[in-house]
Design a protein around this ligand. Structure first.
Ligand code: ZN
Ligand code: ZN
Length: 364
């Protein structure tokens, strides 16, 4: 959990946050969402509040995290509450928070909000959305290095995993092997529960690996991710187990071409929705438009699914330093599915692909 090397980026993050707070007319802000908390302070504990105003940076947590907070967030004044974190923090906030206190609207539960407003008048609390998330969207060099390292773990795991894909092995056993290999290759953990979906189950984009055993002639979709230094990776490959039908091969080629075209459309300034449309139109022209029902990709960082998205409803342009998955798929209920997913960094004139595993159809 030690991450002292992460220190240098925090001052600029806080400068940007304070500028944004000023624009929003906030006197102070409370940061409670774990990824936002970590991004601004380095603190990785389960429980705590950051308080930011014009001149103070205070981290409130409890005894369990005292030493950890001191080591991970040296720039923050540490307050250890004696008994219950939220009520004691709320009592302090009432006195010290000022008239306009920013609160992450999407993080607070109604119950926690009620506890807070027993102390702090609701009129002083300003719901804010996506403020820290917007800062997180453009990654700095250090973050890019961590994400690249997580993606490299995926590539190494994939090489070791392929020989295990055989008829008769259950999806569940393969998912367990993936978890083991991720840890063996250096991951702190899994970025999300792995997907191993064979045959008709591949048509469920978020299938849970079950007791079903792989059979010859099936397509197998494998989607997994590592966490390294808190940052996630995300990758999908689809392979053929022995001889598969003509349509399986056609669909595979179509999805791969859709992905390659979308990748070519990625560069700083590209419209997010337009990048999605490149892949979507290609799949539609191939006759499988109805079978691609999800967005083309999502941003990845401290969380595996971050904003912005590459989807038909996305707004705005993508920027240099953003990290996206590019994952078109075709899902044919009762039959099979194909998805191919790479992780890329947007650059001024294109993209850098962090996923190196080959993409031609593997027949095992
Ligand atoms: Zn994925
Ligand atoms: Zn993904």
């Amino acid at each position: 959990m030690e991450n002292g090397a992460q220190g240098f980026s925090f001052p600029s993050r806080l400068t940007l946050l304070r500028r944004r707070m000023e624009e929003l007319g906030l006197v102070s802000m409370v940061v409670a969402a774990p990824a936002n908390r970590r991004y601004l302070s380095g603190f990785t504990g389960d429980d705590g509040f950051l308080f930011v105003d014009e001149r103070r940076l205070i981290l409130f947590t409890d005894f369990r995290f005292r030493e950890q907070a001191r080591l991970e967030a040296p720039a923050w004044e540490l307050r250890i509450v004696e008994r219950r974190l939220l009520p004691e923090f709320a009592a302090w906030l009432k006195e010290e928070g000022g008239e306009r206190i920013g609160l992450e609207a999407e993080h607070w539960t109604l119950a926690a909000y009620e506890t807070l407003t027993r102390n702090v008048p609701a009129g002083r609390l300003v719901p804010i959305r996506g403020v820290v998330e917007q800062l997180r969207a453009v990654k700095d060099e250090e973050e890019l290095a961590f994400i690249a390292a997580a993606a490299a773990i995926n590539d190494r795991v994939w090489t070791r995993f392929l020989p295990l894909l055989r008829p008769g092995v259950s999806e569940r056993d393969l998912a367990v092997e993936l978890e083991y290999l991720l840890r063996r290759e250096g991951a702190e953990g899994m970025a999300f529960p792995s997907i191993v979906a064979s045959g008709p189950r591949g048509a469920l984009p978020h299938a849970t690996p079950g007791e079903k055993r792989l059979a010859a002639g099936e397509m197998v979709v494998v989607d997994f991710g590592a966490v390294w230094r808190g940052y996630a990776s995300d990758m999908t490959r689809t392979v053929a187990l022995g001889r598969v039908g003509e349509e399986e091969r056609t669909v595979y080629g179509l999805v791969l071409a859709a992905q390659e075209r979308a990748l070519e459309a990625i560069r700083a300034g590209a419209v997010a929705r337009a990048v999605d449309a490149v892949a979507r139109n290609h799949i539609k022209e191939g006759g499988y438009g109805e079978a691609f029902g999800h967005g083309l990709g999502h941003a990845v960082g401290l969380e595996v699914h971050e904003e912005p998205r590459l989807s038909p409803t996305s707004e705005g342009e993508i920027r240099s330093g953003m990290v996206f998955t590019v994952e078109p798929g075709v899902y044919l209920p009762g039959r099979f599915g194909v998805r191919i997913e790479d992780l890329v960094v947007v650059t001024e004139d294109g993209y850098r692909n962090l996923t190196k595993s080959p993409k031609e159809l593997l027949v095992l």
